[in-house]
Ligand binder design. Structure first.
Ligand code: MLT
Length: 204
């Protein structure tokens, strides 16, 4: 396996005084660190935004971990990349003076956020997972007592099978997280309903 460092290209936008946790923005396949900034500003006005670019390339498309095929993940790489991202988060917290962030991930970014919850739960205060699936065939046991997670799935999503998102919700719930899983009448792309629900959940 390649050596990994904690050096991520990233954007950090400081919060503007609002006493809310920063958001860790995690883009989808082919995105970059700028993709979710407008969405983050919309759903958490005033929050600090920490947005890294995934370090794995699939062709020219950045991702957060390798996959063998669509929906089939290289779990050894996923584990290594999850720890690499967790180390980056801890480094960024020290560098920018931040409390643990709430992850807001889309698609591949939601999948690595789920993996962070399962493998390094202390790095996140909670998570909003947009179009997520279970990152592991057999999710590891972990302790997530008190961790709040919002999962927003699309009923018409051609990439994420509904039963797979439900499996992720189950695994997180069994680990003690407080999970809200909503299925929206939409596809893989984000909709206004995602923004409204994420904003309401982050405010509560
Ligand atoms: C993944 O590879 O993480 C999922 O298939 C979602 C995506 O296409 O990025």
């Amino acid at each position: 396996m390649d050596a990994v460092t904690t050096d991520f290209i990233h954007v950090f936008e400081p919060g503007t005084g609002a006493s809310r946790p920063p958001l860790l923005l995690l883009h989808g396949t082919g995105g970059d660190e700028r993709d979710l900034l407008p969405f983050g500003r919309m759903v958490a006005p005033g929050a600090g935004l920490l947005s890294p670019r995934g370090r794995v390339l699939e062709g020219a498309m950045p991702r957060f971990f390798r996959r063998l095929a669509e929906g089939v993940f290289d779990e050894a790489d996923l584990i290594a990349r999850t720890h690499e991202l967790a180390d980056f988060i801890e480094q960024a917290q020290r560098r920018y003076g931040l409390p643990a962030p709430v992850a807001l991930g889309f698609s591949n970014g939601a999948n690595i956020a789920a993996s962070l919850l399962l493998l390094r739960p202390e790095t996140l205060a909670g998570a909003v997972l947009l179009r997520a699936m279970s990152p592991f065939a057999t999710p590891p046991e972990t302790r997530l007592a008190g961790k709040k997670v919002l999962i927003l799935s699309g009923a018409l999503d051609p990439i994420i099978p509904a039963e797979n998102a439900a499996r992720l919700a189950d695994a997180l719930t069994r680990s003690g997280a407080s999970v809200e899983h909503r299925i929206l009448p939409t596809g893989h792309g984000l909709s206004q309903a995602d923004a409204n629900l994420a904003r309401g959940w982050l405010e509560a």
